[in-house]
Design a protein around this ligand. Structure first.
Ligand code: SAH
Length: 464
């Protein structure tokens, strides 16, 4: 190790930057995150730097750095982007004993600035001793993705709670408490009610761990998206990484199940609109049974669990059984479908609302506000609409819909075997022959390419 990483205390200390251009700005963006007093020396500062000075975020000296400025400085950055000038500044720093960095010049610098992942007070510094800045950036990108933005807030609340947590036995028991806080209880409380809820969440968790230090099961109701694993949320991926038991719908693709932890028990709940189905009560019982013995259960539903996912029935059952749960939203099939045809659900001057409909519900074909839906320009996504297509068509035409209204059938949205059919309301039922994957019917939308050019370049719209 040629360089030894440390975290330097800079609160209220002076950091000096010589230079007023792009290199200085890049460093200042980092330095402004600290509680240091920053002074910039630049005869011709960039507007950003002047603006920071105007708002009191730094002190701007519109002159060159002088020896006397270096007294008591914690750090010095030579960022004039001029080799000779940078070397002069660095020599002054060395003479005054102030650690000095020349931007983008490793050999002339006495310290280097690492790549930083900032979840203040959690800070991760990545350095490669100048060997591989690209690698440092990719490590940083990986960590940025993995560490939730809220980690810092969680850590701040945890710091204040540490004395109380010492009531738990050190070692395994205390580790289990903190693990559950960071992985679950903390993010959940933060999500529901914000930072102010964290002390209560910590207290509740502590009393539970004091009385029952064994793991307590829980259920995450997770949206798996429309099928493409790349459309999973990071939260969904993390839940799959951690799950002991995954109970999934038939529509969840094998590629997504592949991502579950190797040791996880995978159970297909096999619920479909018309096919053989595990009863809802059986699914509820299954989740409860596993959570009761301490398992982390992921109830994996296609798309978004809150869209035609019978979510409420499952939540009611879990709540009645006293089991903790949280919902992880997903990308619903209609969002994937509309993206696939290059369209937007809402559009100025066309429609300011969009409906998600089901073709049938428990009582049979589902009734809707057909008159409103029949109006020109309306857009709706019809789920589970294959069998009810004739019924939907009949109702819409009866309420005055134009038979030429575009309808796009998107089968297997987001999957490699996806198929599109651009039709009109007049030939909707017939055009569904041979559709055997899950399909969304986009009422009022044609694929963008199939639209006449004038429709998208309407002068009125351009003027908006
Ligand atoms: N919760 C899911 C919907 C479940 S209901 C969601 O948010 O997407 C099941 C219906 O969803 C299917 O009948 C079909 O209409 C639709 N669906 C699910 N996945 C789909 C996909 N990949 N492509 C098209 N439609 C899909």
């Amino acid at each position: 190790m040629k360089y030894f990483p440390i975290f330097l205390s800079v609160q209220n200390r002076r950091i000096l930057v010589s230079g007023g251009g792009a290199a200085a700005i890049a460093k200042l963006r980092l330095l402004l995150k600290t509680e240091a007093r920053i002074t910039v020396f630049a005869t011709r500062p960039a507007p950003e730097i002047s603006a920071w000075a105007d708002t009191g975020r730094l002190i701007l000296a519109q002159r060159g750095l002088a020896r006397a400025d270096l007294k008591d400085a914690a750090l010095l950055y030579a960022a004039d982007e001029d080799a000779a000038q940078d070397a002069r500044i660095a020599a002054m720093g060395a003479e005054a004993g102030v650690p000095t960095n020349i931007v983008d010049n490793l050999d002339g610098s006495s310290f280097l600035t690492p790549a930083i992942v900032d979840r203040d007070p959690v800070t991760i510094a990545i350095g490669t001793e100048g060997a591989a800045p690209v690698l440092a950036r990719s490590i940083k990108a990986g960590l940025e993705e993995r560490l939730p933005q809220t980690l810092g807030i969680l850590a701040r609340a945890a710091k204040a709670f540490r004395p109380l947590a010492e009531r738990l036995a050190p070692g395994r028991v205390r580790r289990a408490f903190w693990a559950e806080y960071y992985d679950y209880s903390g993010p959940k409380a933060l999500n529901a009610t914000g930072e102010a809820a964290l002390p209560d969440a910590l207290n509740a968790l502590l009393s539970r761990h004091m009385s029952a230090p064994t793991p307590v099961g829980r259920v995450d109701l997770v949206g798996a998206g429309p099928g493409d694993p790349d459309l999973l949320t990071l939260k969904a991926r993390k839940a799959l990484d951690a799950a002991d038991v995954v109970i999934h719908d038939r529509l969840v693709t094998p590629e997504i199940l592949e991502l579950a932890r190797r040791e996880a028990t995978i159970i297909e709940a096999g619920k479909t609109g018309f096919g053989p189905a595990m009863q809802q009560d059986d699914i509820n019982a299954l989740m409860i049974e596993h959570a009761r013995v301490g398992a982390h259960v992921v109830r994996l539903k296609s798309g978004d669990p809150a869209v035609f996912g019978r979510l409420d029935e499952e939540l009611d059952a879990l709540t009645a059984a006293g089991i903790d749960w949280q919902i992880v939203p997903g990308i619903t099939a209609a969002s994937a479908a509309v993206a696939q045809i290059g369209q937007s659900f809402t559009k100025r001057q066309r429609n300011s609302s969009v409906r998600l409909l089901t073709g049938h519900d428990v009582a049979g074909f589902a009734e809707h506000d057909w008159r409103a839906l029949a109006r020109a320009g309306e857009v709706a996504a019809i789920y589970m609409g294959k069998r009810s297509a004739r019924f939907v068509q009949g109702r819409l035409l009866m309420h005055g819909a134009d038979p030429a209204t575009p309808v796009t059938v998107v089968e297997n949205a987001s999957r490699p075997d996806s198929r599109l059919r651009a039709v009109t309301l007049a030939d909707l039922p017939a055009s569904l022959d041979g559709v055997d994957g899950p399909a969304v019917l986009l009422l009022g939308l044609a694929p963008r390419a199939a639209q006449p050019a004038t429709a998208t370049a309407h002068p009125k719209e351009l003027a908006l």
